[in-house]
Design a binder for this molecule. Structure first.
Ligand code: NAI
Ligand code: MG
Length: 489
C-alpha cells in the first residue's frame, strides 16, 4: 500500500519541510512517507490557530453550533474507523482487533464533548453591594498545543481536541513521529466536517524541531501533553517561555493486586489484559502483579499457562491477539532491563527471549521478583509486555508495595471482600482504581494520575473547564455619579 500523508495547516494540506520514512513494526520495513513540520510550519500553524480565534467563522458560532460540528466529526470518524484502524495498525503494529474497536469508540468521545459545548455556563453572583451586579462568563482559553505519543493517537487526542473545541479554543495537534498516519488521515475528516480554516491544525515532526517549538510558542495558552516523564520535563521547562498552562498525562507502574479471596480465573484473564493487551504498550499497563503469598504458586501457574496460549501474529490479522512493539529502540530497552533484572535476582517464568521473526516482536514475559522487590523491572516503566510478580502477606503490606513507586496512574484490586475493596480504594495513591476489572475507559470517566504519572484529568465533564478561562463582569446599576475616586468600590 502506498499512502500519501500531509500536514494540515490553516485548512490546507501540504507536504512539510521534508519527508521521513515511517516503518511498519510488523515487518521492520518502510511502508509510507510522512511530512515533517519544522519551525516554519509550526509557526504558521500557531498563527492560523490564533487568527481563527479572532475570525467570526469560528468565534462567532454559538456553542450549539460548535456542538453540531463535533457531532458531525463523530459520525465521520465512525464511518472512517476501519480505514483509520488500518493506518494505525500499519504504522504502529497495534493489532487490528484493538484499533478497529477503539477507533469506533473514539466517536463517542466527540459526541460526549459535542453535548457539553452548550452546557458551559457562567454564573450570576449574588454580589454583596447593593448598586452592583456581577456575573461570570466562560471563555475559550486560547490556542491549545496538543502533543501525543505514538500509541492510541486518535484516542489520546480526542480527550484534548473534543473538550478544546467544545470550549471554543483552536488547536495545533502534534502527532507522534512514530506512527502519525491515523492522525494525519483524521485531518481529512476535520476538513470534511466543516471546521473553519485554522481551528484545527494537525502536524507531525520530531521533538526538538517541532514539539519544542510548539510547546514554547508565545501564542500558545495551554499545552496538553501525553507521553513519557522525560519529555514532560522538557515541556515544563519550555513553558517557562510562554508561561502556558500545562497538563501532563504520563506513564505508570500500576499495581495489579490479587487477594486470596478473589475469583482467580477472572483475575488471571484481567491480568493478561492488563499487561499483555496492546503488547504491554499502554500507560495503564498493570505491570506489577502483587499477589497474596498463599495463592501465589497457583495463580502464577495459571497465568503462565494462559500466557502460553496467546496468539502471536501479524497485527492486521483479526485472529491475532499479540503483535510487535512499535519501535526497535523500545525492544532494545526492554531486552536490557529484563537482562539486568535477571542479574539482580529476578526469576524468568515466561518469555524473556526475543522472538526470531521479522519485525519488532518480543514475547509476553513474566519475572518473579518476590525476593528482589527493588529490581529494575519492578521500579521503572518499560512500556512493554513485562510483568513483575511480587508477593505480600497482609493487606498493609499490599498497600505499602502498591504505593512504593513514584508513579500513580492506575491500580487493579481483585477481592470478593467488599470492605477490603473500599479500604484498598482509599489507601492506594493513583488516579484510577479498578475493582474486579481492569482497563475500562469511558468519555464520562476522568482519567489521569499523581506524581511521575503527571497531573490534570482528561475525559469527564470537568475536563472541558481546563480549556476555559473565567471572565468576571461588573455592572454598576446606580444612577448617581461616581463620587469619591479614592475608595475601592
Ligand atoms: P515521548 O514522551 O517520547 O513522546 C511524546 C511526544 O512528545 C511525541 O509527539 C514527541 O515527538 C514529543 N516530544 C519529544 N520531545 C519533545 C520536546 N522536547 N518538546 C515537546 N515535545 C516533544 O513518548 P512515547 O515514547 O511516544 O510514548 C510512550 C510514553 O507515553 C510512555 O511513557 C507512556 O506511559 C506515555 N503514555 C501516557 C498515557 C496517559 O494517558 N497517561 C497514554 C499513553 C502513553
Ligand atoms: Mg511507524
Amino acid at each position: 500500500m502506498t499512502s500519501q500523508f500531509q500536514l494540515y495547516i490553516n485548512g490546507q494540506f501540504e507536504d512539510g519541510a521534508a519527508q521521513f520514512d515511517s516503518i511498519n513494526p510488523a515487518t521492520g520495513q518502510v511502508w509510507a512517507q510522512m511530512p515533517e513540520a519544522r519551525t516554519d510550519e509550526v509557526n504558521r500553524a500557531v498563527a492560523a490557530a490564533s487568527q481563527a480565534l479572532q475570525d467570526a467563522a469560528w468565534a462567532g458560532l454559538t456553542a450549539s453550533q460548535r456542538g453540531k460540528l463535533l457531532y458531525k466529526l463523530a459520525d465521520l470518524i465512525e464511518k472512517a474507523a476501519p480505514q483509520l484502524a488500518q493506518y494505525e495498525t500499519s504504522d504502529t503494529g497495534k493489532i487490528i482487533r484493538e484499533t478497529s474497536s477503539q477507533i469506533a469508540y473514539v466517536a463517542e468521545y466527540y459526541r460526549y464533548y459535542a453535548g457539553i459545548a452548550d452546557k458551559l455556563e457562567g454564573s450570576y453572583l449574588p454580589i454583596d453591594k447593593p448598586d452592583m451586579q456581577a456575573w461570570t462568563i466562560r471563555e475559550p482559553v486560547g490556542v491549545i498545543a496538543a502533543i501525543v505519543p505514538w500509541n492510541s493517537q486518535l484516542f489520546l487526542s480526542a480527550v484534548k481536541v473534543g473538550p478544546a473545541l467544545a470550549a471554543g479554543c483552536s488547536i495545533v495537534l502534534k502527532a507522534s513521529e512514530e506512527g502519525p498516519a491515523p492522525l494525519l488521515a483524521f485531518a481529512r475528516l476535520v476538513h470534511e466536517a466543516g471546521f473553519p480554516a485554522g481551528v484545527v491544525n494537525i502536524i507531525t515532526g520530531f521533538g526538538p524541531e517541532c514539539g519544542a517549538v510548539l510547546s514554547s510558542h508565545l501564542d500558545v495558552a495551554h499545552v496538553a501533553f501525553t507521553g513519557g516523564p522525560e519529555t514532560a520535563r522538557h515541556i515544563v521547562r519550555n513553558s517557562a517561555e510562554n508561561l502556558a498552562k500545562v497538563s501532563l498525562e504520563l506513564g505508570g507502574k500500576s499495581p495489579f493486586i490479587v487477594f486470596a479471596d478473589a475469583d482467580l480465573q477472572s483475575a488471571v484473564n484481567a491480568q493478561v489484559a492488563a499487561i499483555f493487551a496492546a503488547t504491554g504498550q499502554s500507560c495503564v499497563a498493570g505491570s506489577r502483579l502483587l499477589v497474596e503469598a498463599s495463592i501465589k504458586d497457583e495463580f502464577v501457574q495459571r497465568l503462565v499457562e494462559r500466557v502460553q496460549s496467546i496468539k502471536i501474529g501479524l497485527p492486521d490479522d483479526m485472529a491475532t491477539e499479540y503483535g510487535p512493539l512499535c519501535t526497535l529502540r523500545q525492544r532494545e530497552k526492554i531486552e536490557q532491563v529484563v537482562a539486568r533484572s535477571i542479574q539482580q535476582g529476578a526469576k524468568l517464568l515466561a518469555g524473556g527471549k526475543t522472538l526470531e521473526r521479522a519485525g519488532y516482536y518480543y514475547p509476553p514475559t513474566i519475572l518473579d521478583c518476590s525476593d528482589v522487590a527493588q529490581a529494575d523491572c519492578v521500579m521503572t516503566e518499560l512500556f512493554g509486555p513485562v510483568l513483575s510478580v511480587v508477593s505480600f502477606s497482609t493487606e498493609a503490606e499490599a498497600i505499602q508495595k502498591a504505593n512504593s513507586t513514584p508513579y500513580g496512574l492506575a491500580a487493579g484490586v481483585f477481592t470478593n471482600n467488599l470492605s477490603r475493596a473500599h479500604r484498598m480504594t482509599k489507601a492506594i495513591r493513583s488516579g484510577i482504581v479498578w475493582l474486579n476489572t481492569y482497563r475500562a475507559v469511558s468519555p464520562l470517566a476522568p482519567f489521569g494520575g499523581h506524581g511521575l504519572s503527571g497531573h490534570g484529568r482528561e475525559a469527564g465533564s470537568d475536563a472541558v473547564l481546563d480549556y476555559t478561562t473565567t471572565k468576571t463582569v461588573w455592572l454598576r446599576t446606580s444612577d448617581q455619579p461616581i463620587d469619591d475616586p479614592f475608595v475601592m468600590r
